[in-house]
Design a protein around this ligand. Structure first.
Ligand code: NAD
Ligand code: MG
Length: 395
């Protein structure tokens, strides 16, 4: 029986995880839930899953939630802010934390949960991008454990049967990428990409930040970094293939030359359930793959001129230390500005590149991460006016 703290319970991953909890109440229970501002949805989840503690973004949201659940007999404790997330992550009786928060907010709860020797089911890839070496050290020192939820990393984990000792037999990882909505668009049209177009992902339905990350391919760059720290594989042994149908979720190549892949129609239900049920295969409300109907599966090399994000991620990994944290923070701010209609689509990766160009890399410590994250966000603010090409029609 796993007793779960689900952080980001109202988001795309969080709500799908709760569907799985509802499907298997014999194996999964809830101790804590946490979200940002969607208090109405959280109130519904509280009634259904009866957590002992819930955390929300701030005091305003806490007040709103309190009035929404005023009639409940044994209401959960309501906490808020970054400390609230940590309290919810490490609530007594919790065995596993599903971190489905978006962005840098996910880092502290990941670290706190590992330090409390809990199992962390990690969707929040930003944790590993920001602090991969700190997380690696915690795991090496025997603090907690980490199970990937991101579909590519779950695919790799599934190909090695959930046994990380088998990584020594692995010669190469190949992450697949759909290529996003602009795979076939000419580069000279990228300036006029609208927010609406960028939010229409061809194969996956996800939260807004990762959807933009998928359109720029920054998501795949973050995933190269994530794979490097999760599996301890050198960056030059992690390749990316464009696979528009999103049916093969990644490949593992072994020393003997054989390759294993994990396949399904694009759905997060499988990787989420695989993590929640500790690798046990039970029905997941997913249609089985009909390969005859698909006919063929296509793969190609990514176009690094159109999508500089993969090279930026490799450069950040090579720079080491705080560089990947800077890439992450610059991206978060740039995506926010793009979603607000303030910068155009190509400016997202230009801003990341500028941050990497100007950052003085520090060794990764928790203080250095906080400083580098802040520095990168400020760098984006300062530089955005220079490259601001605001066009009211881009909204
Ligand atoms: P989402 O935007 O749908 O949900 C994010 C959740 O985090 C929401 O519950 C939101 O309320 C909460 N949240 C945001 N900021 C918060 C804060 N400061 N304090 C407390 N709660 C906060 O995002 P998502 O698409 O579910 O993605 C979550 C994570 O999973 C991301 O790191 C993403 O990269 C990763 N991921 C998502 C998918 C997917 O299919 N959606 C696939 C692979 C990986
Ligand atoms: Mg992914």
């Amino acid at each position: 029986m796993r007793t779960l703290s689900i952080l980001g319970s109202t988001g795309s991953i969080g709500t799908q995880a709760l569907e799985c909890v509802a499907r298997y109440p014999d194996s999964l229970g809830i101790s804590a839930l946490a979200c940002g501002s969607r208090t109405v949805r959280l109130a519904e989840q509280i009634r259904k899953f009866k957590p002992q503690i819930v955390s929300v973004r701030g005091p305003e949201e806490a007040k709103r939630l309190k009035s929404l659940i005023g009639d409940i007999k044994n209401p959960p404790e309501i906490v808020h802010g970054p400390e609230g997330l940590i309290k919810a992550a490490t609530w007594p009786g919790t065995t596993s934390v599903l971190n489905a928060l978006v962005g840098a907010a996910g880092l502290s709860p990941t670290l706190a949960a590992l330090r409390a020797n809990l199992e962390v089911l990690l969707a929040n890839k930003e944790s590993l991008v920001m602090a991969g070496s700190i997380i690696q050290k915690l795991l090496k020192d025997g603090h907690g454990s980490l199970v990937p939820v991101d579909s590519e990393h779950s695919a790799i984990f599934q190909c090695i049967g959930g046994d990380i000792s088998r990584l020594k037999e692995v010669s190469r990882l190949i992450l697949t990428a759909s290529g996003g909505p602009f795979r076939e668009m000419e580069i000279n049209e990228f300036d006029s990409i609208t927010v609406k177009q960028a939010l229409l992902h061809p194969t996956w339905k996800m939260g807004p930040k990762i959807t933009i990350d998928s359109a720029t391919l920054v998501n795949k760059g973050l995933e190269i970094i994530e794979a490097h720290y999760l599996f301890g594989i050198a960056p030059e042994k992690i390749d990316v293939l464009i696979h528009p149908a999103s049916i093969v979720h990644s490949f593992v190549e072994f020393h003997d030359g054989s390759m294993l892949a994990q396949m399904s129609y694009p759905t997060m239900q499988i990787p989420i359930q695989y993590a929640l049920l500790g690798g046990e295969r039970r029905p997941a409300n997913v249609s089985p793959l009909d390969l005859a109907r698909e006919g063929r599966l296509e793969f190609s090399e990514p176009d690094s001129e159109k999508f500089p994000a993969l090279d930026l991620a490799r450069r950040a990994l090579k720079l080491g230390g705080t560089a990947t944290c800077v890439l992450n923070a610059a991206n978060e701010e740039a995506v926010r500005l793009f979603l607000e209609g303030k910068i155009n689509f190509p400016s997202i990766t230009s801003l990341i590149e500028s941050a990497l160009d100007h950052h003085d890399v520090m060794e990764t410590t928790e203080t250095a991460i906080i400083n580098a994250d802040l520095w990168a966000r400020n760098h984006v603010f300062k530089n955005v006016s220079e490259i601001l090409q605001f066009n009211p029609d881009t909204k």
